[in-house]
Design a protein around this ligand. Structure first.
Ligand code: NAD
Length: 429
């Protein structure tokens, strides 16, 4: 049987919402596929002088509510199906948090870890020239995603401004502070997810200080939320990255793990002597090594997938012990697993809401770029909290009214908002 693609998984959620909302065939057709796909190649010189080329994409899913918006991913698995899926989720996400953007995503199918800094810069600048005619502050506003950084956003803005001979601070978000970035953007995805967990804890009368948390993926999103929760008194019992994970029932210190990960490249770093585990030290700290698969089914209260898509499937959904799952990653739960978890009463805060803090502060950065004003960190934090909690309230209200899961409700709210705009714009009857 051919593998189900990330796009088909995302569209399963989308199409169920179309049916629940009784959309017309024209509406389903217009919102059921991307409006525009740039399917191209980046060619650039390697340090050896040889030419390299990699598939490069920009998928513009829908722009009914405003300019297309979405990150650019550099990853060997960032093929057209993955980029289409992420673009569709962006359209939903922006509508859930009610910011005036549509949805898009970009990607280069490459392993950036094999490139030198110079090669990475040449590839990033070339990518912008490939998509330059299709992006702009009023057209399509890119941002970072997996393996793309503020530095890469700076190269891209610089290349666009040179190519088009314009000043375009609102072209792209996630830029460095020295070149039009916003305070708070670096932690915004985790911060938004943290606000939702605080609210959920209040609603379900859970004390976050008693919560045991497992986080898969210790990158930008995962390491920051682990730190916010640790600071709030929660016990971080397990974390992992692409090299594997560690578990300690008494709690891990995310700041220390982050320090060692920077030094050694892995969350297990503090327990390594070269490539060998320091068993004595692990015993002393009552810490064990675990695999990424083990982490998902570990005994904890809150599980936070913050790495890859499709990690919770029909195979392991029944073994998940957490009562709450916050999807910081995009698409970590497959549709069949989502149903199984809902039946078991697990509360899943879906990606299109849980990780929307990133695009929300990207919106603040775009507003700052357009107006020339700079916001304080307090203003960013305050407005992010307000927007996330309003979105959570809208989604919970829809879920309660119609007896839906939070994911179904989030898709209902977003599809309803996009279709309403398409109707008043006269795109559909
Ligand atoms: P990142 O590249 O900073 O971190 C990814 C982490 O996942 C790394 O620690 C990596 O080692 C780890 N990882 C890779 N393969 C793994 C595996 N097999 N098992 C466990 N861990 C593995 O990326 P990020 O920006 O933190 O993004 C993570 C997820 O969050 C992605 O799905 C991304 O789309 C989503 N997201 C991020 C943002 C953001 O602003 N950073 C916003 C919205 C959604």
């Amino acid at each position: 049987m051919p593998a189900v693609t990330p796009y088909e998984r995302a569209m399963t959620f989308m199409r169920s919402a179309f049916d629940r909302l009784n959309l017309s065939e024209t509406e389903k057709d217009l919102l059921g596929k991307p409006q525009n796909i740039i399917n191209s190649t980046v060619r650039f010189k390697l340090d050896t002088g040889k030419e390299a080329s990699f598939p490069a994409y920009r998928v513009q899913y829908n722009n009914a509510r405003g300019p297309y918006k979405g990150g650019i991913r550099y990853h060997p698995e960032a093929d057209i199906e993955e980029v289409k899926a992420l673009a569709a989720l962006m359209a939903i996400k922006c509508a859930v948090v009610k910011i005036p953007f549509g949805g898009a995503k970009g990607g280069i199918q490459v392993d950036p870890k094999k490139l030198s800094k110079g090669e990475l810069e040449r590839m990033s600048r070339t990518y912008v020239t490939v998509i330059a005619d299709s992006i702009g502050p009023d057209i399509d506003v890119p941002a970072p995603d997996v393996n793309t950084t503020p530095q890469i956003m700076a190269w891209m803005r610089d290349e666009f401004e040179k190519t088009k001979k314009v000043y375009a601070p609102a072209l792209i978000t996630g830029k460095p502070l020295a070149y039009g970035g916003s305070l708070g953007r670096d932690k915004s995805t985790a911060r938004g997810g943290f606000f939702l967990l605080q609210e959920l804890a209040k609603i379900e009368a859970i004390n976050l200080e008693d919560a045991r948390v497992a986080v898969q993926g210790f990158g930008n999103a995962g390491s920051e939320i682990a730190t916010f929760l640790h600071d709030a008194g929660a016990t971080i019992v397990a974390v992992s990255d692409s090299q594997g994970g560690i578990y300690c029932k008494n709690g891990l210190d995310p700041i220390r793990i982050h320090k060692y990960k920077q030094k050694t490249g892995s969350v297990r770093g503090q327990y390594c002597k070269g490539s060998v585990c320091d068993i004595e030290r692990m015993k002393l700290d009552e810490t064990e090594t675990i695999s990424n698969e083990d982490l998902l089914t570990i005994d904890c209260d809150i599980l936070i997938p913050a790495a890859l898509d499709n990690v919770i499937t029909s195979k392991n959904a029944k073994d998940i012990k957490a009562k709450i799952i916050l999807e910081l990653a995009n698409g970590p739960i497959a549709p069949e697993a989502d149903e199984m978890l809902a039946k078991r009463g697990v509360t899943v805060v879906p990606d299109v809401l849980a990780n929307a803090g990133g695009v929300t502060v990207s919106y603040f950065e775009w507003v700052q770029g357009r107006s020339g004003n700079r916001w304080t960190a307090d203003r960013v934090d305050h407005d992010l909290r307000r927007i996330m909690l309003q979105a959570f309230d809208d989604v919970r209200t829809e879920a309660r009214r119609k007896g839906l899961s939070l994911r179904e409700a989030a898709f209902n709210v977003a599809v309803g908002r996009i279709i309403e705009t398409m109707r008043v714009r006269g795109w559909v009857g």
